[in-house]
Design a protein around this ligand. Structure first.
Ligand SMILES: *Cc1c(COP(=O)(O)O)cnc(C)c1O
Length: 392
């Protein structure tokens, strides 16, 4: 069976077309031109309502949301910000961009923050970014207990966790601020875009101004107007706004989220069960309390040497499935040793060992079950072939 392009996206719902046509006809693409009800403002209201938070600010990317979150926390220059050693390069980049210093903590074989190392490195840090990498939720109870006791704010990088819940609570609403992405490989696809949510009026007021609500454009945000007064003309404007056109692509996808989450989880669990038959593949289980929203699968290769790992990747590619071993593919942006823009980049032996055996395969939520079976068969066949490749 020919496997589809695993980066293919679901079609944008046709309901988007009438609104895009209206925007093209009127030329009204800037979020702050209309007096009320601009598509970006409506998106913010709908997203906040969906997540059950007071405020949402739509911006140009999740990276922009992370950066604005750090700026809104008003951290001093060179403040230490604790992040996991397994995440996308956007996370340490946002810390550097905010003139802060990333502190990396170890991640376990289950891709989640190692709580012993986290607790050891938290003292001295002024903020934490919990990156739920590939939608794997770290132990938010343990993290919030430690951070609340230390008075350290938590930013959730929930770029890949839209629709995930933790003991019934939506991921992205547990920390002080939650940040999401609308980049094409996430649950909602606008090509580019991001959004941050919070219940803190003063934080969101600052983020709104810095995102580019110059002069009195902030009056178009339904936030306590008092929150803005102290910040007028006091903050730099970074212009990280979202266009109405992007909002028009995103809004009609929101009603599809629940279905995509269910389909993605069904696809993931189906493939995980098939792959789990191999003694050379381990798919880490979710944490108790975590209900995931995956659009990809991660698994660890067990009892395989480097030559066998390389043979597995090559054979899977030949059979039509692109597998990335995070630590073995060249210049992978999720391997911490490639974040050489961080001063005094540390080694993280445990995270490094995980990255050398952890595989990443996309599973777009719209794949039908026979395709999923074919993906799993190809991976299992590649494992069988790779066994012969053991280094002498
Ligand atoms: C995609 C992603 C980002 C970056 O999102 P952008 O919208 O592309 O800036 C950050 N963190 C994680 C975990 C991601 O998956």
């Amino acid at each position: 069976m020919n496997l589809p392009d695993m980066h293919s996206a679901e079609a944008i719902p046709p309901e988007a077309r009438a609104e895009i046509d209206r925007l093209l006809t009127s030329g009204d693409l800037f979020r702050y031109t209309a007096a009320t009800d601009a598509p970006v403002s409506l998106l913010e209201a709908e997203f906040a309502e969906m997540m059950g938070t007071r405020f949402a600010l739509a911006v140009s990317s999740c990276s922009a949301a992370l950066f604005l979150s750090l700026k809104a926390l008003d951290l001093p220059r060179d403040a230490r910000v604790l992040i996991p050693g397994f995440t996308f390069a956007a996370v340490p980049s946002s810390v550097i961009h905010a003139d802060c210093l990333p502190v990396l903590c170890e991640v376990g074989e289950d891709y989640r923050i190692d709580m012993v190392d986290f607790a050891a490195k938290l003292p001295g840090c002024r903020a934490v970014i919990v990156s739920h990498m590939r939608g794997h939720t770290s132990d938010m109870d343990a993290i919030m207990t430690l951070c609340d006791a230390a008075g350290v704010p938590v930013i959730e990088d929930a770029a890949h966790s839209l629709g995930t819940t933790w003991n019934g609570t939506k991921i992205g609403t547990i920390g002080t601020i939650g940040c999401f992405s609308f980049q094409s490989y996430k649950m909602i696809n606008a090509g580019e875009g991001g959004i941050m949510i919070t219940d803190d009026a003063d934080l969101v007021a600052q983020a709104i101004i810095m995102s580019g609500a110059y002069e009195h454009n902030w009056k178009k945000h339904p936030v306590l107007q008092d929150a803005f007064a102290a910040h007028q003309n006091q903050l730099p404007l970074y212009n990280l706004r979202l266009s109405n056109l992007s909002a028009a692509v995103i809004r009609p996808q929101l009603p599809h989220l629940a279905r995509r989450v269910v389909d993605g989880r069904r696809n993931h669990d189906h493939v995980a069960e098939l792959l789990g038959q191999s003694p050379h593949i381990h798919v880490p289980a979710p944490l108790p309390g975590e209900v995931r929203a995956p659009d990809s699968i991660q698994f660890n290769l067990v009892d395989m040497d480097d030559a066998q790992v390389a043979a597995f990747v090559a054979e899977a590619a030949a059979l039509g499935v692109k597998v990335q071993v995070f630590g073995a593919s060249a210049d992978n942006a999720r391997a911490f040793w490639n974040w050489q823009f961080i001063p005094n980049l540390p080694d993280l032996p445990q995270t490094r060992a995980m990255l050398m055996r952890a595989c990443d395969v996309r599973l777009p939520v719209h794949l039908p079950v026979d395709t999923l079976d074919a993906v799993a068969s190809a991976l299992l066949a590649a494992i069988a072939t790779s066994e012969g490749a053991k280094a002498a």
